[in-house]
Ligand binder design. Structure first.
Ligand SMILES: [Fe+2]
Length: 339
């Protein structure tokens, strides 16, 4: 039977591939955002600024401080990459989300298992790059290669996972090819950046046969709940362990933590629950807390479910809050490994 030998959960923000001098490019978008999610409520930019000004977040905004935090976050990723090279898994199951890269509002599946032969990861075309919000395209190297690459999927494992979770009551969507760049799909360039970040930064573009599992964490109204994501992850874990053969499998959860408004208390409690395997905390999280970028924590929750019972030990590698504004916008990053 297959053995789960490695688990990793990591943030995948473009901020980690943006020089700190340029982090301010995203503030223009922050100012325009009419609904910043923070602690279960939404705020306009002036409201958010007023709310958070007593925290004195300015102290985290010097170039030196931002550089130091960026260095620490990237060192955590490098540490994960070194562990990955050391463990050398045969195959992977990567749980991530889509941000209008594969799916738009013509059809938005809540949960998808991709079981195609090929996984494409391509740089954005010029016209796509021009349509991106300020400060996004310059971080492209963090998740897309300079030239298009084709990575191996794992159709047999993918189909096995689909059949297994269907039998357990999860009516997943399936997909065997990734959409070509399409005018209606904002940024379609093959695999979403949640996956590209793992290909580039953990696997150094030498991607092993793998199954992408795509959760709609972001877009209302059909986001699966935290509880459902955890149960789905548990079913995936059982399916992987029931896979015949002696493959050594790695499971990834890509995304999070709190963003685009950072909440370090939320992140600390979440990381602690992840490391301790506290399913109660993870499954009872208020859905209002899991909106916008923070919704990507559901990829971790599913990964944690899949890793339950694998007999691996979780280790917190680091937690680094990368603030870009005095209103607390930016990305709360976190990195966890199960060995
Ligand atoms: Fe993302």
């Amino acid at each position: 039977m297959a053995q789960i030998v490695l688990g990793m959960a990591l943030s995948h923000t473009p901020q980690m591939h943006t020089p700190p001098e340029q982090w301010r490019l995203r503030i223009a978008a922050d100012e325009r955002n009419p609904a910043h999610h923070f602690r279960g409520r939404t705020y306009t930019w002036p409201e958010l600024l007023a709310l958070r000004s007593p925290e004195g977040l300015d102290r985290f905004l010097s170039l030196q401080e931002k550089t130091q935090r960026l260095t620490r976050a990237n060192a955590a990723v490098e540490r994960l990459a070194a562990i990955y090279r050391d463990v050398r898994p045969d195959i992977a199951v990567i749980i991530g989300n889509d941000q209008h890269e594969l799916y738009v509002e013509d059809l938005m599946p809540a949960m998808t298992i991709y079981w195609g032969e090929e996984v494409h990861n391509c740089p954005a075309r010029d016209d796509q790059a021009q349509r991106m919000p300020a400060g996004i395209h310059l971080a492209e190297a963090g998740h897309a290669p300079p030239q298009a690459l084709v990575h191996p999927g794992h159709p047999a494992l993918g189909r096995h996972l689909i059949e297994h979770v269907i039998a357990e009551g999860f009516d997943v969507a399936h997909s065997q090819w990734m959409r070509e760049a399409d005018q209606r799909i904002s940024f379609s360039t093959g695999a979403p950046h949640a996956f590209g970040f793992v290909y580039r930064n953990i696997m150094a573009d030498r991607v092993i046969p793998h199954v992408p599992v795509i959760l709609n964490t972001f877009y209302p109204p059909n986001q699966p709940t935290a509880r459902r994501c955890h149960a789905f992850g548990q079913a995936l874990g059982r399916a992987i362990r029931a896979w015949p053969g002696d493959a050594r499998v790695a499971i990834f959860g890509s995304g999070g933590l709190s963003h685009f408004v950072i909440d370090e208390d939320f992140d600390r409690a979440f990381l602690s629950a992840i490391v301790q395997g506290d399913a109660c905390h993870l499954t009872q999280l208020d859905e209002r807390l899991l909106q916008a970028g923070t919704s990507e924590c559901k990829n971790w929750i599913a990964a944690a479910g899949a890793l339950e019972g694998a007999g691996l030990q979780a280790e917190l590698i680091d937690q680094v809050a990368c603030y870009r504004s005095p209103a607390g916008t930016g990305t709360g990053t976190g990195f966890v490994c199960w060995r």
